[in-house]
Design a protein around this ligand. Structure first.
Ligand SMILES: [Zn+2]
Length: 274
């Protein structure tokens, strides 16, 4: 198979893993980790196969989230795949044959606003064991994988892959690179793709959260009753939002995830976890 631009293969073993950075071009931590891994794996003997992938090379070059549209919303392939219209649609189609073969995948992202690092993953399989290789505050598990994201695509590929997203923290915080790199090497060791690597670092035990509800904007009048922050804890009974149709009262102690600042009817406003 001819590899797409900025996709690098190390090893030819049966167990295949994708390590992806730069799906969003302005999130440099993942890109730097992938580059560091390229140097590290050069000359090493692999028992499995590692694909190191720069998600959106053109956006990385431009230091922009994307060129035409968000690549991480296209892995449902609900666009005209015979006649892709945007640079990102073409890139998603190019990456699909590589991702389809992968048994495991890690997609490295960072956040525009300062945030604690966390892993976002579907529950089950070996994902939790692998997620714990990262020095993060939280592991957020969800029953439903995000259908349009790259990790969700690996999750439902023909080889029954398992993948998750790591949010490494604020995108300007480049000090994270060495720690994330060590975690990815540990994953390659754990998966027996790479025989020996750097010893695992000391890390804190992440708290595990499970999502239980996505609050959807039901009406143009929908408003949060207070400013919500990612990972904010709120007690049962708190009214977090109101619209002309109803109020949204927490039925249990909850942790707030991904509150949106731009609210659109029919789209999620916030995710709740416990
Ligand atoms: Zn991102």
């Amino acid at each position: 198979m001819k590899l797409p631009e900025q996709v690098y293969q190390f090893g030819f073993g049966a167990r295949k893993v994708a390590i992806v950075g730069g799906v969003h071009g302005d999130e440099k931590v993942g890109v730097l980790v992938v580059e560091k891994l390229r140097t590290y794996l050069e000359g090493k003997t692999l028992t499995g196969t590692a694909f190191l992938i720069i998600g959106n090379p053109r956006a990385v070059e431009l230091n922009k989230r994307f060129v035409d549209e968000d690549l991480n919303r296209l892995f449902h392939f609900e666009f005209d795949t015979k006649n892709p219209q945007t640079l990102e649609q073409k890139r998603a189609l190019e990456l699909a044959p590589v991702l389809e073969q992968c048994h495991f995948g890690v997609d490295l992202h960072s956040t525009i606003k300062p945030s604690v690092p966390f892993v976002y993953t579907k529950a089950g399989g070996e994902r939790m064991k692998l997620a714990r290789c990262f020095d993060v505050e939280y592991i957020v598990t969800t029953g439903t994988p995000t259908l349009n994201c790259l990790d969700g695509f690996i999750d439902r590929n023909p080889v029954d892959g398992q993948a998750f997203t790591v949010e490494t923290g604020w995108h300007k915080d480049l000090e994270k690179v060495d720690g994330i790199f060590a975690s990815v090497v540990e994953i390659l060791n754990t998966l027996e793709v790479l025989e020996s690597g750097v010893p695992p670092g000391k890390r804190k035990k992440p708290q595990e959260l499970t999502t239980y509800l996505r609050v959807i904007v039901d009406h143009p009048s929908f408003r949060f009753t207070q400013e919500l922050a990612n990972f904010q804890r709120l007690p049962a009974g708190t009214v977090i939002a109101k619209s002309d149709l109803k109020e949204f009262r927490l039925d249990r102690d909850s942790v707030v995830l991904f509150p949106k600042s731009l609210l659109e009817v029919g789209k999620p406003a916030v995710t709740l976890a416990e």
